[in-house]
Design a protein around this ligand. Structure first.
Ligand SMILES: Cc1ncc(COP(=O)(O)O)c(C=O)c1O
Length: 380
């Protein structure tokens, strides 16, 4: 890195804050004036705006993406003896939630180029569980990994054929679309996250559930507030404290105002990476007929040694990178005992070869040029 070039941030929330400062302050001041800090008017406004954004009938905001997944599974009464199918190559929360509820995660392999759950392997895993006869297949959690959508038409068909609840883990990919439709309505329920590093991120934890079913939306509202009924002190079921703060909703409303432009900026950067890096390293394959929220732009190197060398060379050039994920979930100490030993070769291979480059709307053209030059030099 030359002495005059700036350190490239992997994520630049300060630069983003400067772009939305006026609207953000106004909205935060309003919360400070009315002092309805939990489930206040901003939360209701946000739920309406989010539902409109992704075309869903109902949006129920919650306290995190993890809580969104948990509430969705609690509503279906998924628990002990139930099998929940999910990709082995995802963030820990996807597997943690079924386990917390006493259910068993059943790991499914992913596509080697799009990194999304592999529908053919999912069918095989459902057959495996039926043949073993110890668990009852109950649900599929399809993850939209890294910003791109999973193969929802295939997942919907498999869920219907097998009478399984279909949950979309959209934590990384709010803002993506498939076949001209925003992601949010494809599954029986969709859970997203507003963790600060997500494409649409709050200034703390937050999440949301989307569903077309009024009955499910009512259940989600009850479960996020201790299982309450029509009145505050009527407790209908075991729930949790899963509510969203008004301050987080105010931040998210300010960010929604620039979200479309930010998605476009991420797409422009992804196109530059595709074009400049495509002959030197393996760039991510785009899911057909989709748009990506580009939470993560991950390249593949030939092997682990090459990945680690590339990461070190980029670091020396002032280019930060990250590894999502260095271990597939079935290899994690917390989950390995749950795994039935089935081979998941693609997830294992990706964990040793993958490397994420910075991708966010506040990267300058010069930053993107420097990142490409550094990758090309490292790969040469
Ligand atoms: C795929 C996936 N699912 C679930 C979550 C959990 O979201 P949260 O951190 O808001 O609980 C994340 C967060 O990183 C995620 O990436």
């Amino acid at each position: 890195m030359s002495n005059t070039s700036r350190a490239i941030p992997f994520l630049d929330l300060k630069a983003q804050q400067a772009r939305i400062a006026v609207d953000l302050r106004r909205r935060l001041d309003t919360v400070l004036e009315h002092c309805q800090f939990v489930l206040g008017p901003e939360v209701r406004e946000l739920e309406a705006e989010l539902a409109r954004f992704c075309g869903a009938k109902h949006c129920v905001s919650v306290s995190s993406g993890t809580d969104a997944l948990q509430i969705a599974l609690m509503a279906e009464e998924i628990g002990r003896g139930d099998a929940v199918f999910l990709p082995a190559f995802t963030y820990t929360a996807t597997a943690e939630v079924p386990l917390l509820l006493g259910a068993t995660p059943v790991f499914v392999d992913v596509d080697p180029r799009t990194f999304q759950i592999d529908p053919a392997h999912l069918v095989k895993r459902i057959e495996d569980v039926r043949a073993a006869g110890t668990l009852k297949p109950r649900a599929i959690i399809g993850v939209d990994l890294f910003g791109q959508p999973a193969d929802w038409p295939a997942l919907v068909a498999i869920a219907r054929q097998n009478d399984l609840f279909l949950l979309d883990d959209l934590a990384q990919s709010f803002g993506a679309s498939l076949n001209g439709t925003m992601i949010g309505t494809q599954a029986d329920a969709t859970a997203t996250s507003f963790f600060p590093s997500k494409p649409l991120g709050a200034y703390g934890d937050g999440g949301a559930l989307f569903t077309e079913s009024e009955e499910r939306a009512d259940l989600y509202r009850s479960l996020r507030t201790h299982g309450e009924g029509k009145t505050r002190y009527e407790v209908l079921r075991t729930g949790m404290n899963g509510r969203l703060d008004s301050i987080q909703a105010a931040v998210l409303l300010a960010k929604l105002g620039v979200f479309k432009e930010e998605l476009e900026a991420r797409e422009r950067i992804a196109c530059v990476y595709d074009q400049r890096l495509g002959n030197a390293v393996t760039t991510p394959k785009r899911v057909a007929n989709s748009t990506s929220a580009w939470a993560i732009y991950a390249i593949l190197l030939p092997d682990e040694a090459a990945r680690d060398r590339t990461q070190a060379a980029l670091r020396a050039d002032g280019v930060p990178t990250a590894i999502y994920y260095p271990r597939p979930l079935h290899r994690q100490p917390a989950y390995s005992a749950q795994h039935d030993g089935s081979a998941l070769p693609i997830s294992e291979n990706l964990a040793g070869r993958i490397l994420a480059l910075p991708i966010h709307p506040d990267l300058t053209d010069e930053d993107v040029g420097r990142i490409c030059d550094a990758v090309l030099a490292a790969a040469a």
